[in-house]
Design a protein around this ligand. Structure first.
Ligand SMILES: [Ca+2]
Length: 123
C-alpha cells in the first residue's frame, strides 16, 4: 500500500509539471477570434475580450491597458489585425498594432494609453 501511494504521488507530480508547461507555452488566456486587453502586464488583472471594434473603451480599461493579445482568425478578406488608438473614437496615434496571433505582455510606449481599437486588414 505504501508503494502504491508513492506511485500515485509521483504520477500526480508529473501531471502537475505537464500542466505548468502548457500554461507557460500559451501565455495569454484569450478565446479564439477575440482581441483581449488586460489592465496589468503579462495578461494579468482585469481582462476585456472583444470580438469586434470598440471605439469607446470604458473607464475601467481606458488608459489602463498593459498587455494585449490578438487571437483573431485569419481568412480571405478578413480584418485580422488590431490597431489600438491613444484616444477614444480612433483618434490620436496608434499605440499598438497586433498581427493575428500576436501577444504583447508589455509595451512601454503603449502602456496605459489605449482608448479605442479597430480590426483592420494590415498594420
Ligand atoms: Ca495598467
Amino acid at each position: 500500500m505504501k508503494r502504491l501511494t508513492a506511485l500515485l504521488t509521483a504520477a500526480l507530480i508529473s501531471a502537475g509539471a505537464v500542466l505548468t508547461t502548457s500554461v507557460t507555452a500559451q501565455a495569454a488566456n484569450c478565446r479564439s477570434g477575440y482581441f483581449c486587453v488586460w489592465t496589468h502586464a503579462n495578461f494579468d488583472g482585469m481582462k476585456i475580450e472583444h470580438s469586434g471594434d470598440d471605439h469607446w473603451w470604458e473607464g475601467n480599461m481606458n488608459n489602463q491597458d498593459s498587455s494585449w493579445a490578438n487571437h483573431g482568425v485569419s481568412g480571405p478578406g478578413v480584418k485580422d489585425h488590431v490597431k489600438v488608438y491613444d484616444g477614444r473614437e480612433l483618434t490620436g496615434k496608434v499605440t499598438l498594432c497586433l498581427a493575428p496571433g500576436q501577444e504583447v505582455g508589455y509595451n512601454q510606449g503603449a502602456n496605459d494609453k489605449g482608448g479605442s481599437h479597430t480590426w483592420t486588414a494590415r498594420c
